[in-house]
Ligand binder design. Structure first.
Ligand SMILES: C[S@@+](CC[C@H](N)C(=O)[O-])C[C@H]1O[C@@H](n2cnc3c(N)ncnc32)[C@H](O)[C@@H]1O
Length: 227
């Protein structure tokens, strides 16, 4: 099981609760500053949810693209942008089926509390896709679950990948990285920092190497993304 067909409960969460996670990740201000210093313009928010970072980055003048599997999340993001007179590109799609963007499109890719939703192999495919769509020298900021707090009961589908049987995210696989396995997953990147953030997630800030690494060569899973 890759997790690509697992039900995604977030659509129901957004339908019932509206926009959740209203405030940007605590390190997003610093990231925006770093992006500006580097002259970055285009940013992909992978798994953009109900749009807190799409709106934040659009407000800061970046050319933002948000992709999420939840049509409700996309609709809420669209409304939030419109309410502030902002624009961004928004796509509904399943990251486990490839990213619908050409090679080397973005100066930066952020993904906050998203890419751990899959088996280790499926996540490897997502990271290959992030690498493919990121420009050489581009920045990634990714956070993943650090604690098994998503339910009280779990089914283990492979080592370190558990499906919560109850709670908000019931049915959605979670792979639990350690700081070391997260760093290793971004092999070929210059890793600036791996840390536990104040929301109990591990974060990684890293730069895609400019020299060819053998990864992200566009031979991965870039097909079949829904629009
Ligand atoms: C915890 S929420 C985080 C949302 C957003 N990144 C934020 O920080 O507000 C997880 C998000 O991942 C999305 N997601 C989960 N699996 C996905 C997949 N396979 N493809 C695209 N989005 C996915 C969910 O729809 C949900 O919006």
């Amino acid at each position: 099981m890759t997790g690509s067909n697992a039900p995604n409960p977030w659509d129901g969460v957004f339908e019932r609760e509206g926009r959740v996670f209203l405030h940007p990740h605590p390190d997003m201000e610093g990231l925006a500053r770093t992006l500006r210093e580097r002259g970055a313009a285009s940013v992909l928010d992978l798994g953009s949810g109900s749009g807190r970072h799409v709106v934040f980055l659009a407000r800061h003048g970046f050319d933002v693209t948000g992709l999420d599997e939840s049509p409700q999340g996309i609709a809420l993001t669209r409304q939030a942008l419109a309410a502030e007179g902002l624009t961004a590109h928004l796509d509904a799609g399943n990251m486990l089926r490839g990213l619908p963007y050409p090679d080397e499109t973005f100066d930066a890719v952020i993904s906050i509390q998203v890419i751990h939703h899959g088996t280790r192999a499926a996540i490897g495919g997502v990271i290959e896709e992030i690498t493919r769509v990121l420009k050489p020298g581009g920045l990634v900021f990714v956070t993943v679950a650090a604690r098994r707090t998503q339910g009280t009961q779990f089914r283990e589908i492979e080592p370190d990948t558990l499906v919560p049987l109850d709670g908000k995210e019931a049915g959605l696989p979670h792979h639990y990285f350690t700081p070391d396995t997260l760093r290793a997953a971004f092999d070929g990147y210059d890793v600036e920092r791996v840390y536990e953030d104040t929301t109990h997630h591990y974060g990684i800030v890293a730069t895609r190497a400019t020299a060819p690494t053998g990864i992200g060569t566009g031979t991965g899973t870039a097909n079949g993304a829904t629009a």
